[in-house]
Design a protein around this ligand. Structure first.
Ligand SMILES: Nc1ncnc2c1ncn2[C@@H]1O[C@H](COP(=O)(O)OP(=O)(O)O)[C@@H](O)[C@H]1O
Ligand SMILES: [Mg+2]
Length: 429
């Protein structure tokens, strides 16, 4: 075994043992953390060689991930998880049958405020998307905050009153592109019963003197008139930019006293460029919560592959955890693109040959991954430069730490993903 491999497997085995200890002492969240870290290391180890041993490592990674899933927050909350059984041999990932559509998702429970539609300014979109928080893979912390700030105030107002919790807040989601900020915001809109107003930044930013500021005021008035409401500013940096002094002042004035207002009107904003947002807006406490939306970890990437492949004819031998292992530091959007590219290969073949389409294979995924590098690398380079330039290193320490982790992972020897086998197949039992 190479030294690197030995080190990885040693660390993974150690974490596996700790995970079992935590299980015995019923510290299930620590157990989950250790299982997830062990899964990550086993999958990394599986990619160093291409032999039976590497397939065993992949298998162990998958086992750890399976056990970790039992301890996911929200799973069997009131039930003490069963003690883990000796892990059975892992079946190869079957391609999932497409679930029947949820009728509730086709017909939204509460229609949008149609009667007012004609009065809606062109920079606001009232829409109830067909996604729910359950459709969002992972992100337990983000979901909890969204539930507490955006969903439960409407569904359990009496609790908030009884415990003196404020019900009007503003949340800023930030992080690299393609990692689910807009997606989770749309899911929040699909959950609650509040009117959800999407602010279209490019329509709102009008060039006429004072027009942008007037539009901001109109948007806030509209949100208050239609309360309970949630107003979502996507790409908030384009509006709340340091350079747009007047717009920023108008936003500050409108957001002031949000918590004291009788109307329930919440604000959600997201950005890939938080350093461009005027510090006054970020630091003044106007946004009561700042939430970093990180790139998907191994568990999330596996689940995103599963989700993206569920509606496509993928060969049953394709192992999603192996694909997740090959796409470290890929965003969710990158993974969606990889799956699309892979599926395009047999699709195009069938079109040009006029024959039957074959299933998507591991080799198709390998080709797609080698064609589609992660988009996060260029973003990290830009983010680091911009944060440096802004002189706000302390403010963005979490992003800088993420960039450091990325760099140290990239410094590892590259893994060859082309070729016949990369450990993506499991041995036949
Ligand atoms: N947590 C997630 N679960 C499932 N799919 C996701 C998740 N995050 C992102 N995606 C997919 O990636 C796409 C891009 O994400 P998006 O929310 O637009 O990224 P951002 O707003 O952070 O740039 C989404 O449309 C969705 O299909
Ligand atoms: Mg977005």
């Amino acid at each position: 075994m190479s030294q690197k491999l030995e080190e990885l497997v040693g660390r993974a085995d150690g974490l596996y043992t700790s995970a079992m200890k935590h299980e015995r002492s019923r510290d299930f969240s620590e157990a989950r953390r250790c299982y997830l870290e062990a899964a990550d290391l086993y999958v990394q180890a599986s990619r160093i060689q291409q032999n039976r041993e590497s397939r065993d490592h992949l298998k162990r990674g998958q086992q750890c991930l399976e056990i970790a899933k039992r301890y996911a927050p929200g799973v069997g909350k009131s039930v003490i998880p069963p003690p883990p059984q000796p892990v059975p041999a892992i079946p190869v990932a079957p391609s999932k049958p497409v679930p029947p559509p949820d009728p509730k998702k086709i017909a939204p429970e509460k229609p949008t405020i149609d009667e007012k539609k004609e009065d809606v300014p062109d920079f606001l979109l009232i829409e109830r998307p067909n996604v729910k928080l359950d459709d969002v893979v992972g992100m337990p912390v983000v979901k909890q905050i969204i539930n507490e700030v955006l969903v439960y105030p409407f569904t359990r107002p009496e609790l908030y009153q009884a415990y003196g919790k404020q019900t009007s807040e503003a949340v800023l989601l930030y992080g690299p592109p393609g990692c689910g900020k807009t997606f989770v915001a749309k899911a929040a809109a699909g959950e609650g019963n509040a009117t959800f107003l999407f602010v279209m930044p490019y329509n709102l930013l009008k060039s006429g003197e004072g027009e942008t500021e007037r539009n901001i005021v109109t948007a806030f008035e509209f949100a208050r008139e239609n309360s309970p409401s949630i107003m979502y500013f996507d790409e908030f940096d384009s509006l709340a930019n340091k350079k747009r002094v007047k717009a920023v002042n108008t936003l500050l004035a409108q957001m002031d006293g949000l918590q004291e207002r009788p109307e329930k009107s919440l604000i959600l904003a997201s950005t890939n460029k938080p350093w461009e947002i005027a510090p006054a807006l970020r630091r003044s406490g106007r946004f009561s919560k700042h939430v970093l939306v990180s790139p998907p970890d191994l568990e999330m990437r596996t689940a995103i592959f599963e989700k993206e492949c569920s509606s496509r004819p993928v060969e049953t031998s394709v192992n999603y955890i192996a694909l997740a292992g090959m796409t470290e530091w890929y965003s969710a959007a990158d993974i969606a693109e990889v799956v699309k590219l892979a599926a395009d290969i047999p699709f195009r073949e069938a079109l040009s040959s006029g024959g039957q389409a074959r299933q998507v294979t591991l080799a198709d995924f390998q080709q797609a991954i080698s064609q589609k590098p992660s988009t996060l690398g260029p973003w990290f380079t830009l983010a680091e430069q911009q944060i440096e330039r802004s002189g706000e290193r302390d403010e963005f320490k979490d992003l800088l730490d993420m960039i450091e982790r990325y760099k140290s992972d990239m410094a590892r020897p590259p893994v060859k993903i082309e070729g016949k086998s990369s450990g993506g197949e499991l041995p036949s039992e």
